[in-house]
Design a protein around this ligand. Structure first.
Ligand code: SF4
Ligand code: SF4
Length: 334
């Protein structure tokens, strides 16, 4: 049954990306209203605090993950941070680095930037191969740093010290202020990254994002991989030329690279029928193109739903806790 043509999968992905983006923006606005209520001295908030805001706290989520592995308990202050982290990790283990190309708001903006760049300059640019490889390693080095500092070096006692501290409690508010009260350094860095993203496809994701590095490594275990039928392939290289990650799809029987985001752009651009497919290793018959997007969305929603159903979604902090903690935010630097 083919309910989605190969060509229309790009449109579906863009729709999914922007729906998710608007959902995330909605969460941001709602959290902004909640914090504003506290800061303006309201006795009760107009809107409740949206737990989804904790998706912006991946470093705390990594600490929470270690705490969970060590103690068997999910820390109650920002439990949704761990649930979202695990949901995204599970997506990568099962369905490539699909979070990056189907849901991540930063990925969506990066993609929009390089498409605007292509319209403005008529093309995108590629760095020299040696520089591309050197820069791609930066995100893995950043990941290594976080893994060493948190998962390896952080003593067990320090875990609860961090997770019970006021700093972790208001880390969501600090993240909100990062966007709403930008420092000059933040503006310069974000403007530079946006500028570079106009010229180079997915500059942040490709070179600097440690979260993407982690998901890429996890994605190597995914049964889904782009597979090429070398018999039907004419070697036209449209797949490789279209791939946002710059992968040599036309010369691989299977794309195993941790850089593959499962965007299906190569599949959409292949002019031959049934030559390229996102196919699980264990399934020998051809898989309709809609299966992968369905798996991506289902895994994410099922994992978040499991977190909610198991009551690991809402923070243990009350409105009065935020009333007590938010005035301390300027004094909490670490
Ligand atoms: S190989 Fe295909 S699915 Fe993977 S990143 Fe490149 S275009 Fe996207
Ligand atoms: S676009 Fe299709 S036919 Fe052309 S090289 Fe890639 S897999 Fe082969």
């Amino acid at each position: 049954m083919n309910i989605l043509s190969t060509k229309s999968v790009s449109t579906v992905r863009i729709v999914v990306q922007w729906c998710f983006m608007f959902w995330v923006v909605g969460i941001g606005i709602r959290f902004g209203l909640f914090v504003n209520a506290v800061e303006s001295g309201a006795t009760a908030p107009l809107v409740s605090r949206p737990p989804g805001v904790e998706g912006f706290l991946p470093i705390g989520a990594l600490t929470s993950l270690k705490n969970w592995l060590v103690s068997g308990e999910i820390h109650p202050v920002h439990p949704a941070s761990l649930v979202i982290f695990l949901a995204i990790l599970l997506m990568s283990l099962l369905a490539k680095k699909s979070f990056c190309s189907w849901l991540c708001p930063v990925g969506t903006l990066s993609e929009a930037a390089y498409k605007i760049g292509t319209k403005l300059f008529g093309r995108n640019f590629r760095l020299w191969r040696w520089l591309d490889i050197a820069l791609r390693s930066v995100k893995y080095l950043l990941l290594l740093l976080f893994v060493k500092l948190i998962l390896i070096d952080m003593p067990t006692e320090a875990l609860s010290g961090f997770l019970d501290a006021p700093y972790w409690a208001v880390s969501d508010v600090k993240m909100l202020h990062f966007f709403t009260r930008m420092s000059v350094t933040t503006v310069v860095v974000l403007t530079s990254l946006t500028f570079l993203s106009l010229f180079y496809k997915n500059f942040w994701c490709r070179y600097l994002c440690p979260y993407g590095a982690l998901l890429g490594l996890a994605s190597m275990a995914s049964p889904f991989k782009i597979r090429r039928d070398s018999v039907g392939c004419t070697g036209c290289q449209r797949c490789s030329n279209a791939c946002p990650s710059g992968l040599p799809v036309h010369s691989c029987a299977t794309v195993s690279s941790p850089e593959c985001t499962g965007c299906l752009t190569c599949v959409v651009n292949c002019p031959e029928q049934n030559v390229l497919a996102m196919q699980p290793a264990f399934w020998k018959r051809s898989v309709p193109v809609w299966v992968f997007p369905v798996v991506v969305i289902f895994v994410f929603m099922a994992a978040i739903g499991a977190g909610m159903a198991s009551r690991h979604w809402h923070s243990s902090l009350s409105y009065s806790d935020y009333q007590r903690l938010i005035p301390l935010v300027p004094y909490l630097s670490h």
